[in-house]
Design a protein around this ligand. Sequence first.
Ligand code: SF4
Ligand code: SF4
Length: 90
Amino acid sequence: MSELKGWREIPIAGVTWKSSMETKTGDWKTFKPVIDQNKCIKCLICWISCPDMAIQWNGEKVVENYDYCKGCGICANVCPVKAIKMVKEE
Ligand code: SF4
Ligand code: SF4
């Protein structure tokens, strides 16, 4: 007889039960990305690379959503034309 618990006996843990859309997850960042629309070539590499979906395509251009941006800087690093600058939060 196994002493290991089956999945029914294991307490529920680590289960996401709430949508992060309800909680603004970007309020602790130190730096925020600022997109220079004059430099942007609309390649969408930043859009596809952001782990928090905080770069959005509005049909005409990519825009920052600071409510969910954590300031990781990935978008600025992947931009091929350096159109994104990380700027210190005030
Ligand atoms: S800094 Fe990070 S979280 Fe914020 S928009 Fe760029 S990739 Fe997304
Ligand atoms: S990666 Fe740079 S050039 Fe491409 S869409 Fe984003 S800001 Fe624009």
